[in-house]
Design a protein around this ligand. Structure first.
Ligand SMILES: Nc1nc2c(ncn2[C@@H]2O[C@H](COP(=O)(O)OP(=O)(O)OP(=O)(O)O)[C@@H](O)[C@H]2O)c(=O)[nH]1
Ligand SMILES: [Mg+2]
Length: 328
């Protein structure tokens, strides 16, 4: 055990020893990991912590037989990507998820209405995106479980109430994330594999933009945060900004939609393959079948605003909207 660990580490370790269940274990281990300085002397410890986190997460996803029902925090991803909404109580998270997805999320003016996460599907153009409503981040009872959900998600949507004090709320949420060993990536920032914090792309959303003086609050929010995070104002009540939010969520997920067609057939634009940005023709072939990935020799490509049935190789980087035809 390295001797020069900071007090933060020991606090987290104590919490880990007291932790019950895999979600709390994973969260406190992550705090220990993020408090561990990175140098040769801690290589062993960090590897050990990472292994323990993986084990706790595995257990969370598939609880040991006889361990009862699976955790409501282990939500299977569906659709083009998953975005988890987080925020303080009454921020309007549930109303947003209910309005955008039709999910039966309970909305109420009293605090801590939502007790467990609830997923719903947001239709965006020809794909569906999974949104997850969550209990309030300022509820200490759910925090560690909430973070186990955030750990696995593709995108974090931070919701702050424009009719209250969105600046303080945003600041506190970022503080809580840091305390649990998480960091929200800034615009255009890539994941740094050497950073022990869990890093996630994010959007900052000011809710209830229909309320009086929400415009002033939003201006301030933009002033402080828009240079770092994509910042949007919405109202689930009036619908203002909801289309833009759908678009921003899709963009932030970093996906491309690619259409595979057979020779001499029309393209079916209702059934895209959703791939990670930067994917190449070979990745698209793998998504059809791994045999195809082996046997195809070239592809014909339409799209990207410049190609019209042009021949491309396996390494060609695909763009959103590309149509390809594989040839063996
Ligand atoms: N004016 C206005 N009120 C809203 C809007 N969205 C939500 N509200 C109200 O804000 C209150 C809280 O909404 P919820 O969606 O339950 O908030 P939450 O973030 O899910 O809260 P918790 O579940 O406690 O974490 C309710 O009284 C809603 O009616 C909106 O767009 N405009
Ligand atoms: Mg709620």
């Amino acid at each position: 055990m390295p001797t020069n660990l900071p007090p933060k580490y020991h606090v987290a370790e104590e919490a880990y020893r007291a932790a019950v269940g895999p979600a709390e274990k994973a969260a406190t281990l992550q705090q220990m990991l993020s408090a561990t300085p990175k140098h040769k002397g801690t290589d062993h410890l960090r590897a050990d912590l990472r292994a323990k986190i993986s084990k706790a997460l595995e257990e969370l996803e598939s609880p040991k037989r006889g361990a009862g029902r699976p955790s409501p925090y282990a939500i299977r991803k569906e659709g083009a990507g998953q975005a988890v909404l987080i925020g303080k109580s009454n921020a309007g998270k549930s109303q947003l998820v209910a309005t955008l997805t039709g999910a039966d999320a309970k909305v109420a003016a009293y605090p801590f209405t939502t007790r467990i996460p609830l997923p719903g599907m947001l239709p965006f153009q020809n794909v569906k995106i999974q949104l997850v409503d969550t209990p309030a981040i300022d509820d200490p009872e759910v925090q560690s479980q909430l973070f186990s959900l955030v750990r696995n998600t593709d995108l974090v949507v931070v919701v702050v109430d424009l009719s209250e004090d969105p600046l303080t709320d945003a600041d506190e949420i970022l503080g809580e994330m840091d305390r649990f060993g998480y960091r929200l990536l800034e615009k255009g920032e890539a994941v740094d594999p050497d950073d022990p914090l869990v890093q996630k792309p994010c959007l900052l959303v000011g809710s209830k933009s229909d309320q009086e003086d929400a415009d002033v609050a939003f201006e301030l929010l933009e002033e402080l945060y828009a240079s770092r995070f994509s910042t949007l104002g919405v109202s689930a009540d009036t619908g203002i900004g909801l289309d833009a939010l759908g678009e921003a969520i899709f963009q932030a997920l970093g996906k491309v939609r690619v259409y595979l067609k057979a020779e001499r057939t029309e393209t079916d634009f209702s059934a895209p393959e959703v791939l990670t940005i930067g994917s190449i023709v070979e990745d698209a072939a793998i998504s059809v079948h791994k045999d195809w990935a082996r046997k195809f020799k070239f592809a014909l490509l339409w799209g990207s605003g410049k190609h019209d049935g042009q021949r491309v190789g396996r390494d060609y980087v695909l763009e959103d909207g590309d149509v390809i035809e594989l040839h063996s």
